[in-house]
Design a binder for this molecule. Structure first.
Ligand code: ATP
Length: 234
């Protein structure tokens, strides 16, 4: 469904991605793990069209989207939940969610998707009129995911959903991601919390300084000494 081929990205003198290739099949959760600065965020931002690559290709269902705008990619179902949530703090929860649907013209199904988001995140329903800036970190993460769901993603690109959250909330967010995936949405999940990511992912890739150094099923990666030592704290 999503294929990244020989992707190279640079910022001035820095080469952030040195020719990475990976794929995500329909229905999978694939995780990209790696330390700070390995290039995980850059990969997601390039896939969603916020960063232009120097070389390489991004294909969705076999079609080249590398030259498409970020907006055109959202229409093709590639939707990113940015690192650090980035909700609009002065807007209400409801307004933030409505923004997620701004490219859609099907008012009826937008309304029913809004009901679905509120059913999935009851805390957002209770706070629908509240400014997003007054929500807790976990609630803001839920809002950012809910906003992405409002654009009907085929592939959800999640950037460090666990960042800054207490362990119980991390569990909650990850089980929600699993549920969303079980509902038919394909997921590319970037995480520093390899332990949690490998618990819900089907497959994974390990990124080190702009290169993929390991790939395999979640079970394979979890039992690899290198991964245990460097990313699972054991
Ligand atoms: P983090 O977990 O901190 O987000 P990461 O694995 O996502 O780490 P990236 O944010 O993708 O890593 O960064 C990869 C490299 O590219 C780093 O060396 C970073 O400093 C550099 N980089 C990223 N974005 C930019 C930018 N806009 N301008 C210059 N350098 C950048």
């Amino acid at each position: 469904m999503l294929e990244i081929k020989d992707l190279e990205v640079g910022f001035g003198g820095i080469t952030a991605l040195k020719g990475i290739s990976l794929s995500v099949a329909e229905g999978e959760i694939v995780t990209l793990i790696g330390a700070n600065g390995a290039g995980k965020t850059t990969t997601l931002r390039t896939v969603s069209g916020l960063v232009r690559p120097r070389a390489g290709k991004i294909l969705v269902d076999g079609q080249d989207v590398t030259r498409l705008s970020a907006q055109a990619r959202v229409k093709r179902g590639l939707v990113q939940v940015p690192e650090g949530r980035r909700v609009f703090p002065q807007m209400s929860v409801l307004e933030n969610l409505e923004l997620g649907a701004y490219l859609r013209k099907d008012a009826k199904s937008v309304a029913s998707d809004l009901d679905d988001v509120f059913a999935r995140f009851p805390r957002l329903a209770d706070r629908r009129k509240q400014h997003a800036g007054t929500l807790s970190g976990g609630e803001q993460q839920m809002l950012a995911i809910g906003r992405a769901l409002m654009s009907r993603p085929q592939i959800l690109l999640l950037d460090e959903p666990s960042m800054g959250l207490a362990p119980l909330l991390v569990q909650e967010i990850f089980s929600i991601v699993s549920e969303i995936n079980a509902g038919g949405t394909t997921v590319l999940l970037v995480e520093q919390n390899a332990n949690m990511a490998l618990q819900i992912a089907h497959r994974g890739y390990v990124l080190e300084t702009g290169k993929i150094v390991l790939a395999g099923t979640a079970a394979e990666l979890t039992s690899t000494d290198e991964v245990k030592r460097a990313y699972l704290g054991g």
